[in-house]
Ligand binder design. Structure first.
Ligand SMILES: NC(=O)c1ccc[n+]([C@@H]2O[C@H](COP(=O)([O-])OP(=O)(O)OC[C@H]3O[C@@H](n4cnc5c(N)ncnc54)[C@H](OP(=O)(O)O)[C@@H]3O)[C@@H](O)[C@H]2O)c1
Length: 269
């Protein structure tokens, strides 16, 4: 039995589908089974109960474990779970404690390593799904307002992250690996907005704002801590006019090329 935490999430929902397609037994966790719309073939359970009987491998999404990670890991080990595949982040490559995002993921990776269980740390960069935050503005005909128009990144489709996680859960080839994942092309946010506009068949505009304006706006959102906001802005500032490393790992691990941002936009707009 494979336990998927955050099963309704961007990655978790596709992962549940991939695992069921491979005929694996899946227990999918959500805080609210009644509204989760998870497939009938999966066993659905509540996150706060986290039933572990029969579970051999577990997909761990940090978004679920803002608290209680230590207890969850101890319970997993005590119940005979053998493998943990964690949704980490490429930010974990940066071991600078001022990088709050990297430090958060490294702390979790280290706690998992300390269990002595088998592990894989899947380390994606920027999720293409972050661009869903622009959907309301684009659909309303308003500009997407962001800082650092010349910063480039290689956004990754959530399906590709799920496909890699599925391999790590279903086969032994990624035990002890920390694959860094990216999409197949480097894009600026204005280019991404244009691609979304083309997919949606509506004109979409980008307007550059100052980092200070962006910081203020981000801090007004719930759950956005200062350290995280500053780390996110630092990543964008450092990416201005920089070459972006394109990772070959999605294709190497799954046997199919990473999906483009245009494919992602067509799936969502
Ligand atoms: N966004 C990026 O660019 C990026 C880049 C690299 C790594 N990451 C990593 O990916 C993670 C996000 O993954 P994702 O997009 O797949 O997840 P997600 O969609 O944000 O959330 C996963 C699921 O977790 C549950 N959840 C959310 N908040 C919770 C809470 N406070 N307590 C318990 N459960 C909670 C929700 O399920 P229910 O409502 O059904 O319970 C949600 O569907 C980040 O936390 C980060 O670690 C993100």
């Amino acid at each position: 039995m494979i336990l998927v935490t955050g099963a309704t999430g961007n990655v978790g929902r596709h992962l549940v589908g991939e695992l069921l397609c491979a005929d694996a037994k899946v227990r999918a966790l959500t805080r609210d089974p009644a509204t989760a719309r998870l497939p009938g073939e999966a066993e659905v359970a509540r996150t706060d109960e986290m039933p572990l009987d029969g579970v051999t491998s577990m997909f761990l999404n940090p978004a679920v474990f803002w608290t209680g990670l230590g207890d969850a890991l101890e319970r997993a080990r005590d119940h005979g779970v053998r493998r943990i595949v964690m949704l980490s982040s490429s930010a974990a490559l940066d071991d600078d404690p001022r990088n709050a995002i990297g430090a958060h993921h490294l702390e979790i990776e280290r706690a998992i390593e300390a269990t002595g269980l088998e592990w894989t740390f899947v380390r994606p960069g920027e999720f293409a799904t972050n661009a869903l935050a622009w959907a309301a503005s684009i659909r309303a005909g308003e500009p997407v307002r962001e800082p650092y128009a010349r910063a480039r990144s290689a956004p990754i489709h959530e399906r590709d992250i799920a496909a890699v996680a599925a391999r790590a859960l279903l086969s032994d080839g990624l035990v002890g690996a920390k694959p860094v994942l990216s999409g197949p092309e480097a894009l600026t946010h204005p280019e991404m907005v244009e691609i979304i506009g083309a997919a949606a068949g509506i004109p979409a505009r980008f307007e550059e704002i100052s980092p200070e304006q962006a910081r203020e706006e981000m801090l007004s959102r719930p759950y956005m801590r200062e350290g995280i906001v500053d780390a996110l802005l630092r990543v964008r500032a450092e990416a201005v006019d920089r070459d972006v490393e394109i990772s070959p790992e999605v294709e190497r691990i799954t046997g199919r090329p990473a999906r483009t941002f245009a494919e992602w936009a067509a799936d969502h707009f």
